[in-house]
Design a protein around this ligand. Structure first.
Ligand code: IMP
Ligand code: MG
Length: 178
């Protein structure tokens, strides 16, 4: 599939992403204003650029942790059955937690991950995703914050891959086969 000839068209510029993150960070700081330390959990690997930019806009005490859930593999289709491949290093019981995801697509990943983390009884558990494709939803999951709503297109860049490529693009682009 990744060998199929394609081009990448810019969909969301690096500048637009940065501006949106400033706004989101302000809202997150308000939501967690009474928190002594926020645990920010990035879902590997797609969220690594987003979480890096987001935490640098949060001038509050944060701890960063990562969780890896099974995903697409090398294809373009969601696997639906979600497994935890790498667990957190830290504790979240009684803590305020923000889960950071790249995209909500079918919704299975975040629905599963929030159920899983919820069993550890965090004080507050919120979710943020940079992108949302509501047209693709299969389970009734809604993130607390969304960067951008996008149509049903396969996107790459800003941490997001197509068969492990294009994560290093500074913008979000859509894959167009030629
Ligand atoms: P969900 O479980 O279907 O919501 O899938 C979420 C995961 O699928 C995201 O964390 C991404 O890793 C992956 N994904 C969904 N849409 C895209 C896309 O357009 N490009 C690359 N990865 C995607
Ligand atoms: Mg993912």
């Amino acid at each position: 599939m990744p060998n199929r000839p394609h081009v990448i068209d810019e969909m969301i510029s690096a500048k637009a992403i940065a501006a949106r993150i400033e706004t989101l960070a302000r809202e997150i700081k308000q939501e967690f204003a009474d928190t002594d330390k926020l645990v920010v959990i990035g879902l590997l690997r797609g969220s690594f650029v987003f979480i890096a930019d987001l935490v640098r806009e949060l001038d509050m005490v944060v701890e960063v942790d990562f969780l890896e859930a099974s995903s697409y593999g090398d294809g373009m289709e969601s696997s639906r059955e979600v497994r935890i491949l790498k667990d957190l290093r830290g504790q979240i019981a009684d803590r305020d937690v923000l889960v950071v995801e790249d995209i909500v697509d079918t919704g299975h990943t975040l629905a599963h991950v929030t159920d899983y983390l919820g069993t550890r009884h965090p004080r507050k558990l919120k979710t943020i995703a940079l992108l949302d494709k509501p047209a693709r939803r299969e389970v009734g999951f809604k993130a607390d914050w969304i960067g951008f709503e996008i149509p049903d297109e396969f996107v790459v860049g800003y941490g997001i891959d197509f068969a492990q490529r294009n994560r290093n693009l500074p913008y979000i682009g859509k894959v167009r086969f030629i």
